[in-house]
Design a binder for this molecule. Structure first.
Ligand code: CMP
Length: 144
């Protein structure tokens, strides 16, 4: 099994795009193991984005993701799920994201790029553990 953590960022929630974005993953046949609306605090944001610490955009990134509620989710499936999710999300910079991808269809700004998705199966596990307690995750990820 492979898992990806998704964060529908404040811009996605504020623009009323939760349903449209979640629906794309459902339509593609991906299974949700966890899903919740939450407010991210600074400690959680710094932990999640630790690999970007020291970069010019780090402080802005932390302050943005903590500024308003987000939706976090875990999608799980067979090997290749993380790569599929990344392909559906599109390039980090929405201006360069292909039409048909979430960022390419809905986004404009790199700092307001609607959604985060884990970049590898290892990141998927690490990020899932940051945002979800085991009891919040449903195990029947492959039921048809
Ligand atoms: P995300 O997938 O959440 O991972 C790191 C985030 O940093 C990225 O999406 C962008 O929203 C944000 N970011 C802001 N500025 C930049 C930048 N110049 N390069 C890369 N990422 C950036």
């Amino acid at each position: 099994m492979e898992r990806a953590l998704l964060i529908l960022k404040p811009d996605a929630v504020q623009r009323g795009l939760i349903g449209a974005i979640i629906s794309r993953f459902e339509q593609r046949g991906l299974k949700f193991q966890g899903l919740k609306l939450m407010q991210v605090d600074e400690a959680l944001a710094r932990r999640h984005y630790a690999e970007h610490e020291g970069k010019s955009f780090f402080n802005g990134l932390v302050s943005y993701i903590t500024s308003a509620p987000v939706v976090v989710a875990v999608v799980a499936g067979k090997p290749g799920t993380v790569e599929l999710v990344r392909a559906m999300v599109g390039a980090t910079n929405p201006a360069k994201a292909a039409p048909g991808t979430i960022r390419g269809d809905f986004g404009v700004d790199i700092g307001r790029n609607l959604i985060h998705a884990s970049d590898s199966p290892e990141s998927g596990e690490r990020e899932t553990a940051i945002f979800f307690q085991p009891h919040e995750l449903i195990g029947e990820w492959n039921r048809s």
